[in-house]
Design a protein around this ligand. Structure first.
Ligand code: ADP
Length: 342
């Protein structure tokens, strides 16, 4: 159980080569991660996610701001004190970062050897971990003989070996196919639930966020452009970047390009109506429009599950006289959350 707090954290890299401008990889980012939370940081390549992760495990030093782990400010710690903090942090990676020519057992045992754990304790702990991730019969297999999903499970067992309070996951499922990816995410969710381990994961895949995170920070150009509960951010994205991510995970929301294409095809007014858990009664939408003599066709949308709650959007084309359509929109706005797609 570990709490992480970033306060106006920045990281600048000095100019390199012929370039005279420094790179601002992380720019004034504040994130609070509660103990036992799964927090996802999502962004496109170059957004500053990996730098942020390296700042949290102390592999890089912030150039401004403060980072607290369980209330201890790590920003100014000496390397030896940082090593101690790091021993309470597990890491898993996109490319697994395992010793490929060693056995599964040796890989999981490695952090325990480094920590000076006695041999018989190590033996018991490794077997316990392998059984937890469902790989006990692979203990003496070489890592190179395993599938990608099995390798990542070894990575997770290794990360858990020293009982960390915080697990950092760097694109942990990006190299896996969707089914395997889901299995690994389920394992991470179980680790979080059963051991209360806080998880900070970075990803460029919104599905990862949707499936396991409780809170999310969206990064762009080094900045945190949006932040909050996953359901809230998904259901009401405030920036184009977030909208774009959301549209990849929710087939219910047209992305900006798709919206352009829809406009080409549908000349009527386009609106989007939000459907939430226990929220809008769909017949109300259609009745309100029909009562005002406005025709409607559904041009995009559906309902899906976000963090265990149902959420969806319908994009509707309204067909009718301008004034009637305006009145219908006004009436509908009294009933439900709607957005006129300009
Ligand atoms: P992401 O993980 O979101 O792809 P990164 O954190 O890797 O983003 O990179 C953010 C920015 O910082 C990029 O412009 C990248 O080129 C730059 N950057 C990352 N690491 C270094 C470094 N060691 N030296 C200089 N620039 C770096």
């Amino acid at each position: 159980m570990t709490r992480v707090e970033l306060l106006s954290v920045g990281k600048r890299y000095p100019a390199r080569g012929r370039s005279t401008t420094e790179t601002v990889a992380v720019d004034d980012v504040s994130i609070e991660i509660a103990s036992g939370e799964i927090h996802a940081v999502i962004g496109y390549s170059g957004a500053g996610k990996s730098t942020l992760l390296r700042l949290v495990n102390g592999l890089e030093r912030a150039t401004s701001g403060q980072i607290f782990i369980d209330g201890v400010e790590i920003t100014g710690l000496s390397e030896s004190k940082l090593r101690h903090v790091r021993s309470r942090i597990g890491m898993i990676f996109q490319q697994f970062n395992l010793f490929h020519s060693k056995t599964v057992f040796k890989n999981v045992e490695y952090p325990l050897v480094v920590a000076g754990t006695p041999r018989d304790e190590r033996q018991a702990r490794v077997l316990e971990l392998l059984s937890y991730v469902g790989l006990e019969e692979y203990a003496h297999s070489h890592v190179e003989q395993l599938s990608g999903g099995q390798k990542q499970r070894v990575g997770i067992a290794r990360a858990l070996a020293t009982n960390p309070g915080l697990l950092l996951a760097d694109e942990a499922t990006s190299a896996l196919d969707p089914d395997t990816s889901r299995e690994v995410l389920e394992l991470l969710a179980r680790v979080n639930r059963e051991f209360g381990i806080t998880i900070l994961l970075i990803t460029h895949e919104m599905d990862v966020v949707r499936e396991i995170a409780q809170r999310v920070t969206v990064m762009e150009g080094g900045r945190a452009v949006e932040q909050g509960d996953v359901f809230d951010v998904f259901s009401a994205p405030q920036t184009d970047t977030t909208r774009r991510f959301v549209s990849t995970a929710l087939p219910t929301v047209p992305d900006p390009e798709h919206l352009l294409a829809l406009r080409e095809k549908h000349r009527g007014k386009l609106i989007s109506v939000t459907l939430r858990d226990g929220g809008v009664d769909q017949p109300v939408v259609f009745r309100t429009l029909a009562d005002r003599g406005v025709g409607v066709s559904i041009v995009h949308g559906g309902i899906t599950d976000v963090g265990g709650r149902s959420f969806g959007k319908l994009t509707l084309e309204l067909i009718g006289e301008g004034v009637q359509v305006e009145h219908a929109i006004a009436a509908l706005a009294q009933e439900t959350e709607l957005e006129v797609l300009a």
